[in-house]
Design a protein around this ligand. Sequence first.
Ligand code: OGA
Ligand code: NI
Length: 342
Amino acid sequence: MVLVTDLASAVDHVPEKFVRPISDRPTLSEADNSGDSIPLIDLRELHGSRRTDVVLQLAHACHSYGFFQIKNHGVPETTVSNMLTVAREFFRQPESERLRHYTADTTKTTRLSTSFNVNSEKVSNWRDFLRLHCHPLEEFRHEWPSSPPSFRDTVAEYSTAVRKLVLDLLEAISESLGLSSDGVEKKLGGHGQHMAINYYPPCPQPELTFGLPGHTDPNLITVLLQDDVSGLQVFRNGKWVSVHPVPNTFIVNIGDQMQVISNDKYKSVLHRAVVNSEKERISIPTFYCPSPDAVVGPADELITDLSPSVYRSFSYSEYYDRFWNRGLANVTCLDLFKASSH
Ligand code: OGA
Ligand code: NI
């Protein structure tokens, strides 16, 4: 069986290829489950008289946490619930229907796959995922699954609404860095937007494997929608901290490109997904990114005598290829792009 969704219902133990070495297991009992994990920012005033206050909260969250939750984000509740429903429906289809989209080629713009990168990794992860490019919409929409029948319309509506939210956030984050409102946006070339629909089936031995092992996101900024099942953990102060789902919120995290543009003011933080023996879990990250040809480097205004450029300039496609080909290690790709390493 290629996909873990179908394997999961047929086994009562985790097959060898998913078992992590002892030194690299989730140690679930050691995670901080208190629930008091990352800031919750109310975006209602983003276009109101207290915008400066929101911008200050963003600055603090991006600098000290690299992760935050947002409420009153402007994406309609029905758009969100339809997205979750169609995602669930997609993964509940017969295997033969899902497999029409399967490929291990990481350069394909629409693809169903499993684990992380089956070409380069030694141990597999307890996850299947569908990845889609979403911007420009009309360039990619015809590649998307046409089953379930509402898939394309629902995903188009959701990704358009999330793009608008991201553009608002980018303006505020630019201001929070002391740049003009379009400071970050200007570095992205034509812009890119990818989406993953992650499906984590119940796992008979969740302490032996990961849904996704620790990683930082290679893109600019990620907006994560999750269902009501916990699984995301963020690395903070030397510990893995669980981020439990809060209804009507998104989780936002700073990706590697924002760390570069901010010249290390903002941090792209390690996170991972653990699985559980009871319930399936769906998470839907939107990865907002530069276009492949965009040349990324720290914003000029943030390079000074006291804080010289930490990174060299590079094309986003160079970075992205490194990310996929390296295999998800508990280290970030960022070190390969430091100014001092060439
Ligand atoms: C990712 C990711 C976390 C989750 O897809 O990059 O970090 O909770 N997902 O599924
Ligand atoms: Ni991630």
